[in-house]
Design a protein around this ligand. Structure first.
Ligand SMILES: Nc1ncnc2c1ncn2[C@@H]1O[C@H](COP(=O)(O)OP(=O)(O)OP(=O)(O)O)[C@@H](O)[C@H]1O
Ligand SMILES: [Mg+2]
Length: 261
């Protein structure tokens, strides 16, 4: 489904700030894989997702999505097939527009907002009610009035309205309080499972990294240092991950948020 072949990326080449953020990363993602990605600050996790979504071109290597080489495809064109969510609930929806107008845009249906049909509204209502946040009764409200958690749940609904080939989540619950984060993670799991979406999710919560999805990848210093799935993953504990990181990276996991999570 997604194939990364030895992709590398160096920022600020030739300057004092030169940083090799990705080093020869190869990864095969199967259709329906739900992969959690962990690693300390600066490990290259966001850079990996940015490379896949085309925020910049990689220096070398190739990216194949569903049989098509997208290595030099623009970010805009890739966006038609790749859904994304970020840490910041403000991103991904338009604050001054209503919930239904945002959904209408996400649905990709043609026409003006005035033409949202009764059938569209019914569908929006139905989809919103699946979130269990009461948003189906607030469809005319501007999105800017929603709480961070409600907004992330809506953004998730928008990013998956037309099922994307790939969904990329970059710590999309990190800015939420623990209870809300848990709720949004639950919704995430449901949306992904019900639609069989292939997903890469960065998280600092080691417990959810092991509980959610079917595969966990650990990154350090621009490389994938551990990749576990199946039976082996089911018997892995957070403690094991910490020990593994120390063995593979030669240092303790330097990430306060991760250790506290
Ligand atoms: N646009 C950029 N320009 C220059 N350097 C960058 C850029 N993006 C990332 N980097 C550098 O690349 C390295 C990897 O950064 P990245 O954001 O991928 O880390 P991360 O694993 O997502 O970390 P965190 O857990 O803190 O989000 C870091 O050293 C970072 O400073
Ligand atoms: Mg990051």
């Amino acid at each position: 489904m997604l194939e990364l072949n030895k992709i590398s990326k160096t920022f600020g080449r030739g300057t004092v700030n030169e940083k090799k953020a990705l080093t020869d990363i190869s990864l095969k993602v199967n259709k329906g894989d739900f992969i959690s990605i962990i690693g300390s600050n600066g490990a290259g996790k966001s850079t990996l997702l940015n490379a896949i979504s085309g925020v910049f071109k990689v220096d070398s290597g190739s990216i194949i999505l569903d049989g098509t080489d997208i290595t030099s495809m623009s970010e805009h064109k890739r966006a038609a097939q790749i859904g994304r969510l970020f840490q910041d609930p403000m991103k991904g929806s338009a604050p001054s527009m209503s919930i239904e107008d945002n959904l209408y845009l996400a649905s990709g249906k043609r026409g003006w907002f005035a033409h949202i049909s009764a059938a569209d509204r019914r569908e929006f209502r139905e989809r919103l009610s699946m979130l269990g946040m009461g948003l189906e009764d607030r469809m005319k409200h501007p999105v800017g009035l929603l709480s961070g958690g409600q907004r992330q749940a809506l953004t998730l609904l928008m990013a998956t309205y037309n099922v994307p080939k790939l969904l990329l989540l970059d710590e999309h619950t990190a800015a939420l309080d623990p209870a809300t984060a848990e709720k949004v993670l639950d919704i995430t799991r449901t949306v992904i499972e019900e639609n069989g979406i292939t997903c890469l999710m960065i998280t600092h919560n080691m417990q959810s990294a092991l509980e959610l999805g079917n595969r966990t990848i650990m990154m350090n210093d621009g490389e994938i240092i551990y990749d576990v799935s199946g039976e082996k993953r089911r018997s892995t504990t957070v403690e094991d991950l910490l020990t593994l990181f120390k063995e593979k990276a030669g240092e303790k996991l330097s990430n306060d948020r991760m250790l506290l999570a």
